[in-house]
Design a protein around this ligand. Structure first.
Ligand SMILES: Cc1ncc(COP(=O)(O)O)c(C=O)c1O
Length: 276
């Protein structure tokens, strides 16, 4: 965050992504930079997994310039990656974690922030309360739901279940690569994207008009076939999956079957209409 503004750097799979963060900090002046916000696995554009050493290098950079490292885990925390938090998956310790969805498994609305002790201490200097008005902040029902949810996940071994089945999920999704417009499967845990291209064999992407077209066709077909999955066209078109953490082999088969059928229908319609 820079003078109240935000600057973006390349996605985590770009080999230059960590160094780009250092360059931005230096350009802006380290004393003006409050924090670097990163997702363990980037959602936008479709489940970009960082390269080995990315988080460690960013941690080093943040430490060198006295900048907070915030792990935005609104999507990734509470089992989505087959671990409780991103730091468990990629071996780093952030200064802060933002979380939401998975804390209650979506049964009640709740968002929150976890900080390292020295940050909490700084906030508590003025008393035990963080003076920031949020109408429903600390809502007791949502907090009770989160506690019950986390207890149930723990007791039922839900995160372990996801960790044990994640490779199978990937294997099943990779069978979609036989489809003529499925170009790449990427992600980890229970968080995956399939990137679509016009002609993967020759590396020909959809142009922006075609991308919007295939996404618009896929959305209603997926729903009609009974699956809630994101079809997104910001950048290359993707089909994106974030299944319930209790999903297993039968659900993976259903996900793949419906995906294949939806791709068949949307692609055939698009070609018949002269859209590609
Ligand atoms: C990665 C990520 N960060 C932050 C947010 C915003 O979270 P909230 O709506 O709880 O403020 C979202 C919302 O989907 C998200 O996906």
């Amino acid at each position: 965050m820079l003078n109240g503004l935000t600057r973006h750097v390349p996605i985590t799979t770009d080999p230059d992504a960590a160094e780009a963060i250092e360059r931005v900090i230096l350009e802006e002046g380290p004393e003006t930079v409050a924090a670097v916000f990163l997702e363990p696995v980037q959602n936008s554009g479709g489940c970009f997994v960082p390269f080995d050493g990315y988080w460690q290098r960013v941690r080093e950079i943040c430490d060198e310039y006295g900048v907070l490292l915030v792990s935005d885990e609104v999507i990734c925390a509470f089992g989505r990656l087959g671990t409780w938090f991103g730091g468990h998956k990629f071996d780093y310790v952030p200064d802060m974690i933002t979380f939401a969805k998975g804390a209650t498994s979506g049964y009640a609305p709740l968002g929150g922030v976890i900080t390292r002790p020295h940050i909490a201490e700084a906030v508590k200097e003025g008393g035990d309360l963080f003076w920031h008005g949020i109408t429903f902040g600390g809502h007791p029902v949502s907090c009770a739901v989160a506690l019950a949810n986390i207890e149930a996940m723990d007791a039922e071994g839900i995160v372990d279940h996801a960790a044990r089945h994640q490779d199978l999920f990937r294997e099943k999704l990779e069978t979609l690569l036989e489809h003529p417009i499925a170009a790449e499967v990427r992600g980890t845990g229970y968080f995956y994207a399939v990137e679509l291209q016009k002609d993967p064999e020759r590396g020909i992407p959809f142009n922006s008009e075609e991308a919007a077209d295939i996404v618009a066709r896929l959305k209603p077909v997926l729903l009609r076939l009974g699956m809630i999955a994101r079809a997104d066209g910001r950048g290359a078109p993707i089909l994106q999956y974030s299944p319930p953490l209790i999903a297993g082999p039968d659900e993976f088969d259903e996900i793949v079957r419906i995906s294949r059928e939806a791709l068949d229908i949307a692609w055939a319609e698009m070609q018949a209409d002269g859209g590609a």
